[in-house]
Write a protein that binds this ligand. Structure first.
Ligand code: F0G
Length: 487
């Protein structure tokens, strides 16, 4: 069945319900542990949701990375995988899928998105360079800085506003871009980076109109435009929904337009094609050759790049499915449902609803927790304790320290509740809404966190923290008072 779209199905009641346009054919059992056990699990995890074991997690909303549901066609494609060190047919099928979906001739396979960032940064960033972008991603920034580059985020004034009705908060501010190039000189700019569905500011898209303007500036100064396409499907969906010129365009044409405006595209397949792995693609042979040897050195031979051939097969099918609106609309429509319900109740949440997940404004949720006591981390731990649902801190813990050892306070303190594609149901979403409502009513009970073990690099992954007071115990006591024996 082609072209059945979520937006085509209206409810007689007028209710805006996200409808699942797939049936569930394989399931995994979930467990919801009692609240005392959840508190113990959180203590063992050092108040860091990355350190939880999935046996203790009910709904895993940490990320969509590697956790999207695969389609029946993806799973069955894995059976035809062609095991070979070099020249595997699986690679050629993936290359053909890339050509069809992104319109690029050359493909370099890598084991995941950050591997692409490593290769792109090594190939194109020189010490002292600057890299303008709509917003950084954690691993992107780390790789660029490791290669001696400095990143500049040149987002629009609207980008960091929590409550907004601006449809494209992921746009680049063109004047800031021009000023930056003038200040440093075009020769110091390694490239301009545009991230689709800008992750760290709430999964917010950019428009094609903005991309065209960025392209114009890039052409004037002969600067390369690099697209992080990890969440390109959702960005294309938002363009169709929100940019009038593309109202009647197919997702396939929107994807080709976005890619056609880029010199180089890289992506995490863990997101875009619901598999593992990643890739770098371009139509420019010189750019391809500059990166090719690095792929062989760091990732593996050109026709597998650190991935198994089974993953490559599923990736090819997943990429083709990115052009299917029933696939890429699923996560945004569930996110929009949760965001709109929370917003109606006055619970602070990033609007308009974006891609990847529902982003709760921890700063607004817990105004009594100072930023140096990590409100987003505190909200993530509190929410796990009272619901068994695991979200991700996207605030100051995900940031770094400056040369003097002080925290660089994040622009926004967000708790991200990810919606991997086609994984959760509406009643599970309602459970999340219910528990968040309870937590908001009891928000005064939530206190701050402090580091007890802090790694120097990407500290949010492996760091261990503790509560600043016995607030988690008090929160659990109130939960039991209100919920009795219920989980
Ligand atoms: N770029 C973007 C925009 C991403 O969201 C990610 C990963 C990467 C690059 C790196 O890709 O994980 O395959 O190495 N985002 C994940 C997340 C980790 O949870 O948002 P990777």
């Amino acid at each position: 069945m082609e072209n059945l779209q979520n937006s085509q199905v209206k409810f007689y009641s007028g209710e805006n319900v996200p409808l699942e346009l797939h049936k569930v054919r394989m399931v995994q059992k979930l467990f919801l542990k009692p609240v005392d056990e959840r508190l113990e699990a959180m203590k063992t995890a050092g108040f860091n949701t990355f350190q939880l074991s999935t046996k203790d997690v009910f709904l895993d909303m940490l990320t969509d990375s590697g956790t999207n549901a695969m389609s029946d066609n993806q799973v069955s494609s894995m059976l035809q995988a062609d095991d070979a060190y070099a020249g595997s047919q699986s690679f050629y099928r993936m290359e053909a899928a890339i050509q069809e979906v992104f319109g690029t001739k050359y493909v370099l396979p890598v084991h995941q998105g950050r591997a692409a960032e490593n290769i792109v940064s090594q190939a194109f960033i020189k010490k002292g360079d600057v890299i303008p972008m709509n917003y950084h991603f954690t691993t992107t920034k780390a790789h660029m800085e490791l290669n001696g580059g400095t990143i500049f985020e040149i987002f629009t004034d609207e980008a960091l506003k929590i409550k907004s009705n601006v449809p494209f908060k992921g746009n680049i501010d063109i004047n800031k871009l021009k000023d930056l190039i003038k200040k440093y000189g075009a020769e110091k700019v390694s490239f301009i980076r545009l991230e689709a569905s800008t992750n760290l500011i709430g999964g917010q898209p950019f428009s094609i109109e903005n991309m065209r303007e960025v392209r114009k500036v890039a052409d004037e100064h002969k600067i390369m435009l690099v697209l992080d396409a990890s969440l390109i499907g959702e960005n294309a969906y938002f363009i169709k929904q929100r940019e009038p010129e593309f109202k009647n365009a197919s997702i396939k044409d929107i994807l080709l337009t976005m890619c056609g405006l880029s010199d180089l595209i890289y992506f995490s397949s863990r997101k875009v094609s619901s598999t593992r792995g990643g890739g770098i693609c371009t139509n420019n042979k010189d750019l391809f050759l500059k990166m090719r040897d690095l792929v062989v050195l760091y990732e593996g031979f050109m026709t597998y790049g650190g991935m198994s051939v089974r993953e490559i097969e599923a990736m090819a099918v997943g990429l083709l499915e990115t052009t299917d609106e029933t696939v890429i609309s699923q996560s945004p429509s569930f996110i929009a449902y949760l965001v709109n319900e929370l917003d109606k109740m006055g619970i602070p949440v990033v609007t308009p609803a974006g891609a990847l997940g529902c982003h709760i404004d921890a700063g607004g949720f817990l105004p009594h927790v100072p930023q140096k006591e990590y409100p987003a981390g505190a909200l993530a731990t509190a929410f796990y304790i009272i619901s068994g649902c695991r979200g991700m801190e996207r605030g100051t813990i995900s940031s770094v320290r400056d040369a003097e050892g002080n925290d660089v306070l994040a622009d926004v303190e967000l708790l991200r509740l990810a919606f991997p594609r086609r994984v959760f149901t509406l009643s599970q979403t309602k459970f999340v809404l219910d528990r968040l409502t309870w937590l908001y009513k009891n928000r005064d009970l939530v206190g701050g966190l402090k580091f007890v073990e802090e790694p120097a690099v990407l500290r949010f992954f492996m760091g261990r923290l503790d509560a600043t007071t016995d607030w988690p115990q008090k929160l659990v006591a109130k939960f039991k008072q209100d919920f009795g024996n219920s989980l």
